[in-house]
Write a protein that binds this ligand. Structure first.
Ligand SMILES: [Zn+2]
Length: 293
């Protein structure tokens, strides 16, 4: 394993990347798959192999110096095409290395007949986090304030059992996505109404809503920032005061996705930023270990 600590000696950090996507590509809707394939270019073949073979992913993690990854499942039958079956794919995939591959599940509050039951099934199967993707589910993160009761059911249950919820913020390029639901301000309601819920704000509202994101992160103690999807070089521009929220920042890449070719270059770019050693280590190692022991 690489020594993540670019400064020199000492044991390598146990890096957790809280946000990667290994998906059942065949389940994606055709227009989504075509967009994805076109944007991934000659890496598409490799991606197909990875989806079939957790050992190949573990090889990449070893080579890239990544100890653990969060396998994010974006269930959204209406936009991406992934149904509850995608959860079974992720959970099965993660069984290849339970301590290193952390399955995150999804429940679509808009189309699922019994959200509570669907979530309890996933909890029993061992998911470590619930993913809510407002632009792909086509509902705001606080849509329970306007009648989408299933969303409140999900948040309440996660709060009860101590399971974090990851909420996508920022835009999405996939056909059918409604990026207006990517505004992190809607997390304000969620954090107020579910005060014990741990909320992971994916992507920090990039690229349009990073000021709103920072406000929410400072205002609410249990809202964490997942840096995935932000080109690491641009972190100082989007979050010039990142050090102020250092105990709540989580490392993530969103690999493999358009623009993110592999995990290691992002790690190197992050380590090269003018941030304190403590912030870098907290982000990559100790914060994710606190949230996901
Ligand atoms: Zn993602």
């Amino acid at each position: 394993m690489h020594n993540a600590n670019a400064a020199g000696p000492g044991r390598p950090w146990r890096i957790t990347d809280v946000h990667i996507h290994i998906q059942p590509l065949g389940m994606l809707k055709a227009p989504v798959r075509e967009t994805f394939r076109a944007r991934m270019g000659d890496q598409w073949e490799r991606l197909t192999q990875l989806s079939d073979d957790p050992a190949a992913l573990l090889d990449i993690m070893n080579a890239d110096g990544v100890a653990r990854v969060g396998l994010v499942t974006d269930v959204s039958p209406n936009v991406m095409g992934l149904t509850d079956e995608a959860n079974d794919f992720t959970i099965h995939y993660a069984q290849a290395a339970p301590g290193r591959l952390l399955p995150f599940g999804g429940v679509d509050p808009v189309t699922t007949p019994d959200a509570r039951r669907a979530l309890d099934r996933l909890i029993d199967l061992g998911i470590r986090m619930l993913k809510i993707h407002p632009p792909h589910m086509r509902c705001a993160a606080n849509a329970y304030t306007e009648g989408l009761d299933a969303l409140a059911v999900l948040y309440r249950r996660c709060e009860e059992v101590g399971m974090p919820v990851m909420i996508h913020t920022g835009t999405s390029i996939f056909p059918g996505a409604r990026s207006k639901y990517g505004n992190p301000m809607e997390i304000d309601d969620v954090a107020i109404d579910f005060p014990d819920l741990q909320i992971v704000m994916a992507h920090g509202g990039r690229p349009l809503y990073t000021e709103e994101a920072f406000f929410i992160l400072r205002r609410h103690q249990r809202v964490w920032l997942d840096l995935s999807g932000i080109p690491p070089r641009r972190i100082p521009e989007y979050f010039p005061r990142l050090e102020e929220i250092a105990p709540k920042v989580l490392w993530g890449t969103d690999w493999p996705s358009p623009g993110v070719a592999s995990m290691r270059p992002n790690i190197e770019q992050f380590l090269a930023l003018p941030l304190s050693e403590e912030t870098k280590r907290a982000t990559m190692e100790t914060n994710p270990e606190r949230l996901l022991p």
